[in-house]
Ligand binder design. Sequence first.
Ligand code: 26V
Length: 835
Amino acid sequence: MEENQKTPTHRPEPDVANSIPPQYDCGCLFSGSDNALYERHLLFDNVLASSEIGNRERYEAVAHSVRDILSQRWEKTEEIYDRENPKLIGYLSMEFLIGRSLSNNIVNLGLDRLARRFFHEHQLDELALLSEEPDAGLGNGGLGRLAACFLESMATMQLPGMGYGLRYEYGMFKQSIVDGWQREQPDNWLRRPDPWEVARPHLAVPVELGCSFEVREGSLRAIAGVPSSLLGIPYDRPVVGYGGKNINTLRLWASATPHVFDFQEFSAGDFVGALAERLTAETVTRVLYPDDSTSMGQGLRFVQEYFLVACSLADLVRRFQKNNSSWDDLPEKVAIQLNDTHPSLAVAELMRILLDVAKLDWERSWDITKRTLAYTNHTLLPEALEKWPLRWFELMLPRHLQIILEIDRRLGEEVQTRWPGDNGRIERIAIVEQGSHLVRMAHLAIAGSHSTNGVAEIHSNLLRNVTVSDLAELYPDRFNNKTNGVTPRRWLLLSNPGLAECISEAIGDRWKTDATDLKHLKSLADDSGFTSAVQTAKRRAKVRFADWLKAQAGIQVDPDTIFDSQVKRIHEYKRQFLNGLRIVALYHRLRQNPDLDTPPRTFFFAGKAAPAYHAAKLIIKFLNNLAATIDGDPLVRGRLRVVFLPDYCVSLAEQLIPASDVSNQISTAGYEASGTSNMKFMMNGALTIGTRDGATIEMAEAAGEENFFLFGLTADQVAKSRGWYSPGWHYEHEAEIRAVLDMIFSGEFSRNEPAVTDAMRNILLLGGDTYMHLADFTSYMEADSRLQSLYREPEAWHRKAILNIAASGRFSSDRTIGEYARDIWEVRPCPVPSN
Ligand code: 26V
């Protein structure tokens, strides 16, 4: 029964695994005949002499050919949605971390075999050609990548879903490492035309603001009292579902001025003024904020958020009105999901539309708004919970402010009726924070929607019981959990073809669209033939990664060592420092006892620090110093290696994750909402060493804790020991901690850089060790010893790896989306029939 309950009602149809979908006439792409798509694009798109054609041009020609093939189907999807008028999901997100599209679209269209043959016949270097595509890095990390996985799942499950985001001209910055420190370079990913985007200027949307702006010294300044407007130009990208049946749309908005085409103004003489205005308007979508916790001081970010909301709601309302007549039907026809509070101005914007445009009364408007919107929370960190100054609303969105104040007044009344005289509670629940005059965006999102969800069980519980407990008590029925997931198409089929094939040979390929099918691998965990096939696949992925790394970065690593990875944003709570302490301890042990028999290891780190987050940048510096010291010590050569991989991005993850033996998920318990790289590693047969935090708890439960290396304090223990925890105690009483810290503080890893050592001493010891590194150190080392012992028994190791893969099906984003569709959106699939 329980099983059934959890099974989503919407299952995608069985896949077409590598058969060409009948609806495509794609022979021409790869035929080599005169009018083949590829040849034509190659010859005519760039107007270049054939001697000047390089891999970039070849990439573009292949991408355009694939786009030609999918374009009819994309059109058709739109046509069917228009005709069938199903309930539509609008997924609003400030971030979509898409990565590359070409190989993903080829696989999802079922063209991979043909493509491989084509590359072979044309003697094209497939890897070199694919890597001509820049990553679409329109996101910081987990939240943005989740949005991309969700869109892919919706398309695969034939759910009518549309992603709405911003077309940042500059995505997530490029990271390089200079002298161990992070350097940031702008990511000009649109420098060359992007074959996947289609501009739709005829669908542009005007956005009205209560003030004007000028750009001065790089920042946007408001000019009070002079209303202005912007134009949102949509750029559409295809989201190809696996099997290529439904092709949904990701619509990204670019800002422009509505006046630039105003010839009146031109002929009136202010040509230069008009162009300057255009530059100011275009500033709004110029750049993604590269900070996943604190950009609250930035007015431009606030404008970006409103711009996304205004454009996307106008678009959704326009679509709705095309086929529907009564506003009361809006919640039956549109479900809007707010990806974190970033688009939560949607509450006020939808109210404005219903009150001022549709002329409905307050009660009706409020009811429709709540039933249409739903909100997902992705973090409990107080510094990442958005609050915006009331003053900015006054300046830019005066009408929205009126509406928010009225929502707040009524909310206060509701609390007063329910808990008369409980003024403390009214204050805690209020949308506008007393004293600070800040608008709490999470409160607005919770009050103005019918669903609030966290992204893993533990996170949803903490959200409900701690972070917003008063609101949860007021609206208990709104709160629910939706544990995250990742798409098995990109994260297994595409990135690990060797393992994918080995799985399909064993259990067929239904798992590609029903990942719960992976459970059939469980019975093969003791099958020596299958175990050795998995082992071979891992070994090949490691060699492939090592070759790739050598070619890309000139870094040489040994596939015969344990590949032990921690890849994610650099944050104190994620505790890359703790991993560093473990490595120092292992190094120290070898120095004390060179004859120690330990399996050789390579530790990989990758991740970006917010440019203004000094402690995070220090972590990067320390890890690079550690790498250099260990590299320079002949005593541990071939036994220990630390590699910091610069510029972590989706494409790098696709290479590294399949090759990893060990996944580190070691956040201070209670701080990581869910994690999603943990799931990708699990699907690829890495074993997890981690704390009981986020979705790792559910992953261990699914695979059996005996197949995980869990360690450390629980979230409960962390919270309870906050008051009396003392890192000094651990330093005094635990010999290995002291040895490790003394080694670091002695400057061993940072010669002539006392500032680095001092800062580390402050974070780990003198400053109180907020994230409790020292409390978990010893149990981390114990878990690591268990891991080392297991690695000496390859059969036992791969048995556990298989049991992990077998249990990873639950962490497919298809399962997550099925739950959203059933519990929150109440949407059904709208299949686009084959021709
Ligand atoms: C906050 C801000 C604030 C200001 C400007 C830019 C910005 C960008 C992002 C954020 C929130 C980041 C929250 C986030 O990424 N949370 C992660 O969400 C993942 C997907 O649910 C989850 O797996 C991770 O545990 C969680 O840290």
